[in-house]
Design a protein around this ligand. Sequence first.
Ligand code: ATP
Ligand code: MG
Length: 263
Amino acid sequence: MAPAKTPIIRVRDIVYYAEEPSLLGGAYSKPILDGISFQVYRGEVFGIMGMSGAGKTSILRLLMGLVSPASGDIEVLGRSIVGMSESQLNEVRMQMGMCFQYAALLDSLTVGENVAFTLRRHTNLSDDEIKRKVAEYLEIVGMTGQEEKMPAELSGGMKKRVGIARALAINPQIMLYDEPSAGLDPIMASVIDELIVKLRKEFQMTSVVVTHEVDELFAIADRIMMIYQGEVIACDRPAALRESDNAYVQQFIRGQAEGPIAV
Ligand SMILES: Nc1ncnc2c1ncn2[C@@H]1O[C@H](COP(=O)(O)OP(=O)(O)OP(=O)(O)O)[C@@H](O)[C@H]1O
Ligand SMILES: [Mg+2]
């Protein structure tokens, strides 16, 4: 089924410096993101690919309002988040589940407590309701009954799944994944990818997946944006990208050393 074309995220012409350009130093460094625009539609898996250091994680941090662009606008669920107060941002963040590049579980808490963490902090649910939700989301990620385990007892793939359950537990409208398969063996990477696709199929979840794993994105994304040197060089369906005559796109998806991309 083709995803409905309702934009849920709108990014317009953002320019982003990792640090504020020095006013004293005079020369402005080149921004990490130099005028990037894209839209993510409701219910799609939107992939962002680019080389290491291209600014992929920075885009997710911008979408979460953890950092601000120097210029441009970011709309999430119809609201511009640039310049929002921290409390307004927190409302928007409750609609976005973030899965970090590394699983980022709290090692001193059990799996169940990790999944419950945001619910305890940001909702008024009773202990029973939280317990029920934790069980429900662990089931979705294929980790039924593992509440009492400690993170140290889990494999990398299991930790990732707990991280996804924790992000899902706030019932977000959007999931953001940073390198979801980083550090996983190919089978566990597929398990995570299938989970992302399952969430779209069963819950019409909108997902933004950031990775430099080309094959992974081509397998799961409805559309893929490719960034290079701070700019969008392509944004299209996987099949269209494969047939693209853009030399940058071809070099990247084939992983070739030869081509216009400087290595
Ligand atoms: N807090 C920071 N201070 C200074 N530079 C930063 C900061 N955060 C990121 N950068 C720089 O910004 C650029 C983009 O970083 P980012 O983490 O967004 O890239 P990425 O595409 O996610 O890379 P990777 O694939 O390695 O995760 C990099 O050159 C990085 O060195
Ligand atoms: Mg990154």
